[in-house]
Design a protein around this ligand. Structure first.
Ligand code: URA
Length: 424
């Protein structure tokens, strides 16, 4: 067996055998026998020719087996997790993990840092004074048993194949391939050891999958991979046409999550969170109303416990940016568009996101949407409030917002947030 033959099979539109897949992943993730250029050539061949369902299932299994898998059987509770394909202002995990933990389930959310215009959950949590993302496996299991929720960095030994392949895909423009995304996400979630999983597949201008049908195909592919591996999996397709909630940026998103946990917060964020929570409870056969549980205040207490267990202190103020700038409405009327991707890119340019994996992020930078699509605003009223610690970052952020705001005489249609549900 050699890499050239495997690349040729896929390049010419063939199907990789189980032996070819096992050989490739084993020799790519361990001894690094297979060089980057050959792995990149295979990724590009998969990008163009796709994968058959059985081939993809085996590829995903081989990725899981490239590293350790967690055993959560000792936690003493049913386990259920959520994964989002990423969006602007998507801070749902910060509310959902303590909410589901409050229902008696354990949520083992192992997460990554953000790259590009959509923020990472760990970056958000790290804006809480003292909070640390790294947890030993032993501490993770204890926290899951005692508190019911963790948000933590994935163990380095989980899925080394994905870590190396994802870095290569990032620099070879092979990220946006359905089989490669589906296997990357699902192999990490399967290795995490959760019994059930709800996927939030975002679609719309601010999402990976701009096209709804593409989002459905990705969701269906991931649900099948999960179910084939014994993980009960459901996906919701949710809209990412505009920012979720009002705040974008690390500490700003923690602050908005606390608002929701304390009975306030924006309607759209609450709606998406409760819809995902309901799916998680249904998969775990728990008969509770997530809205009532949220209103009880218990999830706020659980969040505090989760944060304290990882060194964080919610009694200390969240950091605040040194400089602020307001973008005002240029005319009077209905806000008919607030470009999601542009707001994400602007927040990233203010310092909220990173370009390279090694970059650090600003805890304070970001944007508050003072108005959301559908709102009636007068000329001169604020639409966006930009936050940054570096004054010079405002110019490039404002450039990114060119054409992002539209005001018209008629109110935009009220489009639904939850677009579809995919389950087997
Ligand atoms: N997130 C992942 O973990 N993998 C992908 O391929 C895309 C998004």
């Amino acid at each position: 067996m050699d890499a050239l033959g495997i690349i040729q099979t896929k390049r010419d539109g063939g199907t990789l055998s189980k032996e070819q897949i096992d050989w490739f992943i084993e020799n790519f993730s361990g001894s690094e026998l297979i060089p980057d250029e050959q792995a990149a050539a295979l990724a590009m061949s998969i990008f163009f020719n796709g994968m058959e369902p059985e081939e993809l299932a085996h590829w995903t299994k081989a990725m899981v087996n490239s590293g350790v898998t967690l055993d959560l059987s000792g936690v003493g509770k049913k386990t259920v997790d959520k994964h989002s394909t990423g969006g602007v202002g998507d801070k749902v995990s910060l509310i959902l993990v303590p909410l589901i933990a409050s229902c008696g389930l354990a949520v083992p959310q192992l997460s990554g840092r953000g790259l590009g215009h959509s923020g990472g959950t760990l970056d958000k949590m790290e804006s809480i004074p003292g909070w640390t993302a790294s947890l030993s496996e032993e501490k993770m299991l204890t926290q899951l048993s005692e508190i019911g929720g963790i948000i933590a960095a994935a163990n380095e030994n989980i899925n080394p194949a994905d870590r190396r392949l994802y870095a290569l895909r990032d620099v070879t423009h092979t990220v946006d391939s359905i089989p490669l995304i589906a296997s990357s996400i699902m192999s990490k979630k399967i290795a995490e050891g959760t019994e059930a999983l709800v996927l939030d597949v975002k679609t719309g201008l601010g999402a990976f999958m701009v096209d709804f049908e593409q989002a459905r195909t990705l969701a269906k592919t991931m649900v099948e991979l999960g179910e084939n591996s014994g993980v009960k999996t459901t996906a919701l397709i949710t809209s990412m046409e505009t920012v979720l909630g009002n705040n974008v940026g690390n500490a700003l998103e923690v602050s908005e999550s606390l608002d929701v946990l304390e009975g306030r917060g924006p309607k759209d964020l609450i709606e998406v969170t409760l819809a995902l929570a309901q799916e998680m409870l249904d998969l775990s056969n728990v008969d509770l109303d997530p809205g009532e549980v949220l209103a009880s205040g218990k999830p706020r207490e659980v969040f505090e416990k989760m944060v304290s267990a990882q060194g964080g202190d919610l009694s200390k103020d969240l950091p605040i940016a040194e400089y602020k700038k307001t973008i005002k409405a240029s005319s009077t009327g209905y806000l008919s568009k607030l470009g999601c991707r542009s707001v994400g890119v602007a927040a990233w340019r203010l310092g909220a996101g990173r370009t390279k994996k090694e970059d650090s992020v600003s805890p304070t930078a970001g944007i508050i949407c003072m108005a959301k699509p559908g709102a009636y605003i007068n000329a001169g009223e604020p639409v966006l409030e930009l936050h940054s610690d570096t004054e010079k970052s405002f110019d490039s952020a404002i450039d990114a917002l060119e054409g992002a705001i539209e005001i018209s005489d008629t109110a935009p249609d009220d489009s639904p947030l939850i677009l579809d549900k995919i389950s087997l």
